[in-house]
Design a protein around this ligand. Structure first.
Ligand SMILES: [Ca+2]
Ligand SMILES: [Ca+2]
Ligand SMILES: [Ca+2]
Length: 539
C-alpha cells in the first residue's frame, strides 16, 4: 500500500519536476593499471586519500596497506553487468600494493595471525578516497548515485560511503556487499539523498572508506565505484511577460516591461526584454532593455528604438540567460507610431536689423525656443541656434535646429587734415567738417565711416578779415588775437594731424594765447565766430 502511494506521488509531479545532474565523475583517465587515486583529476579537481590506518601491524611489523587506484584494471561496468578486467572504462577501486593494481582485488593479509608476522607485510588498512569539493549551490534535495561492486568480509574488510559538509566528515551508509557474478562482482546501482546539510552547500565532498583487518579472511572483489552523479530535482524555470501599459506608443518612448518567473535563476542571469516585428513575430527580436537579476519578478525599463516603424501588432517578451528561458509574449498587441521627420529649414545669415521668419516642416504643430513663433517674422539681435519641436497627429515628436547668423554693421572714425580738397571712397570734399559715408562691409552689412576733415587752403596765411589781427606771428610764447569788435566764441589751435592742442573762449577785443606748452611748428588757429583759419607758427 505504501509503495503504491509513492508511485502515485511520483506520477503527479513528473510533469512539473525534472532531475538535473549537476556533477559527474567517471574516472576516465585512460590508465590501464597502477594510477593512484590520490591526485587523480579528470576535470572536477583532484581526489585525495586520507590514511587513518596504524603504522605497524599487530605483530609490530611495517604495514603495506591496500590502496586506492583509478584505472580500467577494474572496468567500470553498467549496473547489472558482471565485473571485468580492463575494457577502457576506468573506475575507482581498492587494490593491493604488494601484488600491484589487479582491479578490485586485494591482499587480505593474515601473516601475523598465522604466526608469520615477520614473513610478509601486514595489510591493515583504513583509507578514505575523497572527492574534490563539489558546489551544491543552489541545489536542494540532492541525490548521490553511482554503480559499485563490494565484497571483502563483513564489516572487517568493508567499504562505507561518507560525505563532508565543509566542516566534518560523516558516514552516510555502509554499502551492502554486492552479489557475486561468475566469480566477479555484480555491478550494482546505488543512490541516496544527501542530508539537508548538503542543500545549497558549496563545500560538499563525498568519500569511500575501505578498511581491512589483515586477518587473512576476505573474498574479492574488494570495492570499486564508477559513474558517480549528483542531481537535484528542480521545478523547470518558467518566465511570463506581464501586461505592458501605455499603448499606443511613439517610437523612442520609454516602456516598462514587467515579468514573473519560477524556478532558480543563477548568479549572472540577465532578463532581456525583446520587441517583435510589426506583425508580432520574434524571428528577429530587437532588444529594448535588460535587467541583471536572479529574482522571480521584476520590471525592465526599456526604450522603443527611435527608428521603429509604425505598426499595430507589436508584442514584447522577456527571456533569461541563466538558465536560458524564453518567456511568453505580453498578452495584447501594442501600437507603435513611427516618429515624424521634422525640418527646421536651412541655416541663415542676415545683417542686424533684418527680419527673419522660421518655420518647420514634417509635423502638425511646432514650437520654437527663444520666443520664436512658427511662421512669424522677428528681428534677431545676435547669432543664435533655434530649436524646433514638431508634433504630428499621433502626438509623436521630433526635433531639429537651425542657426541664424547675425552680422553686425561696423563703425569707424577717420580724422584727416588736407590741403584744398580730400577724397574718400570716390567722394571729394573741399570744406572742413564732419562727413558720414555708409558702404557695405566684408560681411555685407553697413559700414559707417565718420570723417572729421580739417581743410587748409593754399595762400590763406594772412588775415582776410581786417576786423581781426594776430601778432606776434611767429611767436615763442604769447600771441594776441585782436578784434575791432568783441568776440565771444572760441578759438582752437590745431596741429597738422588735425588734433586740437589748445582751445579756449575768446575774450572780447583781445584774447591772449600762450604757446609755451606746445611744440614748435606750424598750427592752424581756428576762430569759430568768424569761420576763419590762420596759420600760426610756434618758434
Ligand atoms: Ca568509468
Ligand atoms: Ca560495506
Ligand atoms: Ca579480513
Amino acid at each position: 500500500m505504501k509503495k503504491i502511494f509513492y508511485t502515485t506521488i511520483a506520477i503527479l509531479f513528473s510533469h512539473a519536476l525534472q532531475a538535473q545532474i549537476f556533477w559527474t565523475e567517471a574516472f576516465e583517465n585512460s590508465n590501464t593499471g597502477g594510477a593512484l587515486a590520490a591526485g587523480s583529476n579528470t576535470g572536477n579537481g583532484a581526489w585525495t586519500v586520507t590514511d587513518s590506518g596504524p603504522a605497524l601491524d599487530l605483530c609490530g611489523y611495517t604495514l603495506v596497506p591496500n590502496t586506492w587506484y583509478v584505472s580500467c584494471a577494474e572496468n567500470g561496468q553498467a549496473a547489472g553487468v558482471c565485473g571485468a578486467g580492463c575494457g577502457s572504462d576506468e573506475s575507482l577501486h581498492v587494490g593491493s600494493v604488494t601484488l600491484g593494481d589487479m582491479g578490485a582485488s586485494y591482499d587480505a593479509g593474515g601473516w601475523c595471525s598465522f604466526g608469520l608476522g615477520g614473513f610478509g607485510d601486514g595489510t591493515t588498512t583504513d583509507k578514505r578516497a575523497e572527492s574534490p569539493t563539489i558546489n551544491c549551490a543552489p541545489y536542494t534535495t540532492i541525490t548521490l548515485a553511482f554503480n559499485y561492486i563490494e565484497n571483502g568480509n563483513l564489516a572487517l574488510d568493508n567499504a562505507t560511503l561518507w560525505w563532508f559538509n565543509g566542516t566534518i566528515w560523516a558516514q552516510l551508509f555502509d554499502l551492502a556487499k554486492t552479489p557475486l557474478c561468475s566469480g566477479q562482482g555484480l555491478w550494482t546501482a546505488y543512490s541516496v539523498v544527501l542530508p539537508a546539510g548538503a542543500n545549497n552547500n558549496p563545500n560538499v565532498k563525498i568519500g569511500f572508506r575501505w578498511v581491512n583487518d589483515d586477518d587473512g579472511a576476505g573474498t574479492d572483489p574488494s570495492f570499486a565505484v564508477d559513474d558517480i552523479t549528483l542531481s537535484a530535482v528542480t521545478a523547470p524555470n518558467t518566465l511570463t511577460t506581464g501586461s505592458v501599459t501605455g499603448s499606443p506608443f511613439c517610437a523612442c518612448a520609454a516602456v516598462n516591461v514587467p515579468f514573473t518567473s519560477t524556478g532558480t535563476f543563477t548568479a549572472g542571469n540577465i532578463y532581456t526584454a525583446q520587441l517583435s516585428n510589426s506583425a508580432g513575430s520574434f524571428a528577429a527580436p530587437v532588444t529594448i532593455g535588460t535587467l541583471a537579476s536572479t529574482a522571480n519578478s521584476g520590471t525592465i525599463s526599456c526604450a522603443i528604438p527611435c527608428n521603429t516603424a509604425s505598426g499595430s501588432m507589436y508584442r514584447v517578451r522577456v527571456i533569461s540567460s541563466a538558465p536560458s528561458v524564453t518567456g511568453s509574449n505580453n498578452p495584447l498587441d501594442i501600437v507603435i507610431n513611427a516618429l515624424p521627420t521634422v525640418n527646421a529649414g536651412n541655416d541663415q545669415t542676415v545683417c542686424a536689423g533684418t527680419t527673419v521668419t522660421l518655420f518647420g516642416t514634417g509635423a502638425a504643430t511646432y514650437s520654437w525656443d527663444n520666443s520664436v513663433i512658427n511662421g512669424v517674422s522677428f528681428v534677431p539681435t545676435a547669432t543664435e541656434i533655434y530649436h524646433l519641436q514638431g508634433i504630428d497627429v499621433n502626438g509623436c515628436q521630433d526635433t531639429d535646429s537651425v542657426q541664424v547668423i547675425v552680422n553686425t554693421p561696423s563703425f569707424s572714425t577717420l580724422t584727416q587734415t588736407a590741403l584744398d580738397s580730400y577724397t574718400l571712397n570716390g567722394q571729394t570734399y573741399t570744406q572742413s567738417g564732419t562727413y558720414t559715408q555708409v558702404i557695405p562691409n566684408a560681411a555685407g552689412c553697413d559700414s559707417t565711416i565718420t570723417l572729421n576733415l580739417t581743410m587748409n587752403y593754399t595762400g590763406i596765411n594772412e588775415m582776410k578779415n581786417f576786423e581781426i589781427s594776430i601778432y606776434p606771428n611767429p611767436s615763442r610764447d604769447i600771441i594776441f588775437i585782436n578784434s575791432e569788435i568783441e568776440l565771444f566764441s572760441s578759438y582752437e589751435l590745431i596741429d597738422n594731424q588735425g588734433r586740437i592742442v589748445l582751445s579756449n573762449a575768446l575774450k572780447g577785443y583781445q584774447t591772449s594765447v600762450n604757446l609755451e606748452a606746445i611744440a614748435p611748428g606750424n598750427y592752424y588757429l581756428k576762430i569759430e565766430e568768424r569761420k576763419i583759419l590762420v596759420t600760426v607758427v610756434k618758434q
